[in-house]
Design a protein around this ligand. Structure first.
Ligand code: IPM
Ligand code: MG
Length: 354
C-alpha cells in the first residue's frame, strides 16, 4: 500500500525518538513492499518560535492531505510561562480537536523484565495488560471557561452530551470484544451531574448492543486505588478526558517507564494521530538517552488502526520484545550505574530485528 504520513517532531527529545520511529517505518516499507511518504511539519514550542502559533495553519493543511499523523512530543521550560498568550500544549489540543479524534487508546502492559522499576510486587504485576479508552475532544478540556475573569475567580466546565459519551463508549466495547471482554467505566456519578449522564449513557449502550461484555462502573477515586491493588483485574478502562489523563499517568507506573507507552487518537474513520505517552523531557534532550519504544510502538498502532496492516504491526511489536529480551536497555530502563544503549542504537536494533 501507499500512505502519506505527517511527522511532527515537536520539542525536546521529540526529534530524536521520531527519527527512530521513521527508520522503523522505512524498514517495514522495504520488507513488506509498501510506500510511506513523510511530510514534516511544525507543532508546539518550536512552531511558536518560528511562526508565533503552536499549531500553524500550514501544519493542519499538510495533515489534512495525509492518512495519519506521527507526533513525538511538545513543550519545555522555554515556553512554560503561565502568562504567555500561546502555549505548546495548545498545538496538541488543537490538532486533536481539528480532526475530531475523540477516542484516545493507551495500552499499558507490565514487562516482566522491568518489574523491578515499579514500586509494585511481582505477584501484583504479572500479566497486567490493559487498555485505556480516553475521551479526547470533550469534557472539561473543551467546555465553557473563563480564562482570566476579574483576577479573583476563573472556571472550567465539565460538559458532556449523550452522543459524545456514546461514540467513545462504542470504541471501548468494541475493543473489549477483541480482548478479555471487560469494560470498567470510570466516573464520579456520586457527585457530578455530567458523570451521571456518563454512567447512564454507558449503561444504556451496554444493554442495547454489548451484553456480551462484562461492564463495571467505578468511581474515579476507587479506581486510582484498584489500579495499584488489583491492576490485573482491568481489561478496558473507559474514562472521560480528564480522568483518563490522570489515570493513564498513574497506570504508566505499571509498565516500568513512561518511555514504553504508545497511544493512538482516533476519530470516525481510519485517520489517526499516533504519539508516545511521554512528554518532551527537555532535561535529557540531545543526549541519546531517550527511550524510542513509545514512539516505535505508536508506529505499530498506526500500521494496525489506520492502514489495516496487522502482520506488519505485529512484526514491529515482536521486534521490540526481541530487542528487550536480548538485554538492550535505554537509560530510563537500565538502572543506576548500569550500561545502556543510545536512542539510535536501540532504534537500529529494532530495525535489524524486523
Ligand atoms: C496527555 C498530556 C496532554 C493532555 C497535555 C500535554 C495537554 O498530558 O496527552 O496526556 O492533558 O491531554
Ligand atoms: Mg497526560
Amino acid at each position: 500500500m501507499k500512505a502519506k504520513i505527517t511527522t511532527l517532531p515537536g520539542d525536546g527529545i521529540g526529534p530524536e525518538v521520531l527519527e527512530q520511529a521513521i527508520a522503523v517505518l522505512a524498514r517495514v516499507a522495504s520488507k513488506y513492499h509498501h510506500e510511506f511518504v513523510f511530510h514534516e511539519a511544525l507543532i508546539g514550542g518550536s512552531a511558536i518560535d518560528k511562526t508565533g502559533s503552536a499549531l500553524p495553519a500550514e501544519t493542519l493543511r499538510t495533515a489534512e492531505q495525509c492518512d495519519a499523523i506521527l507526533l513525538a512530543a511538545v513543550g519545555g521550560p522555554k515556553w512554560d510561562n503561565p502568562t504567555a498568550p500561546v502555549r505548546p500544549e495548545q498545538g496538541l489540543l488543537g490538532i486533536r480537536r481539528h480532526f475530531e479524534l475523540f477516542a484516545n487508546l493507551r495500552p499499558v502492559k507490565a514487562y516482566q523484565a522491568l518489574a523491578h522499576f515499579t514500586p509494585l510486587r511481582d505477584d501484583l504485576l504479572a500479566g497486567v495488560d490493559l487498555l485505556f479508552v480516553r475521551e479526547l475532544t470533550g469534557g472539561i478540556y473543551f467546555g465553557p471557561r473563563q480564562e482570566q475573569g476579574d483576577g479573583d475567580s476563573a472556571y472550567d466546565t465539565e460538559l458532556y452530551s449523550v452522543d459524545e459519551v456514546r461514540r467513545v463508549a462504542e470504541v471501548a466495547f468494541r475493543a473489549a470484544q477483541g480482548r478479555r471482554k471487560k469494560v470498567s467505566s470510570i466516573d464520579k456519578a456520586n457527585v457530578l451531574a455530567s458523570m451521571r449522564l456518563w454512567r447512564r449513557t454507558v449503561t444504556q449502550l451496554h444493554a442495547e448492543k454489548y451484553v456480551d461484555i462484562d461492564l463495571e462502573h467505578l468511581l474515579v477515586d476507587s479506581c486510582t486505588m484498584y489500579l495499584m491493588t488489583r491492576p490485573r483485574s482491568f481489561d478496558v478502562i473507559l474514562a472521560s478526558n480528564m480522568f483518563g489523563d490522570i489515570l493513564s499517568d498513574e497506570a504508566s507506573v505499571l509498565a516500568g517507564s513512561l518511555g514504553m507507552l504508545p497511544s493512538a487518537s482516533l476519530g470516525a474513520g481510519t485517520f489517526g494521530l499516533y504519539e508516545p505517552v511521554h512528554g518532551s523531557a527537555p532535561d535529557i534532550a540531545g543526549q541519546g538517552k531517550a527511550n524510542p519504544i513509545g514512539t516505535i510502538l505508536s508506529v505499530a498502532m498506526m500500521l494496525r488502526h489506520s492502514f489495516g496492516l496487522e502482520k506488519e504491526a505485529q512484526a514491529v511489536e515482536d521486534a521490540v520484545d526481541m530487542v528487550l529480551a536480548s538485554g538492550a536497555r535505554t537509560a530510563d530502563i537500565a538502572g543506576q550505574g548500569s550500561s545502556y544503549v543510545s536512542t539510535e542504537e536501540f532504534g537500529q536494533a529494532v530495525v535489524g530485528q524486523i
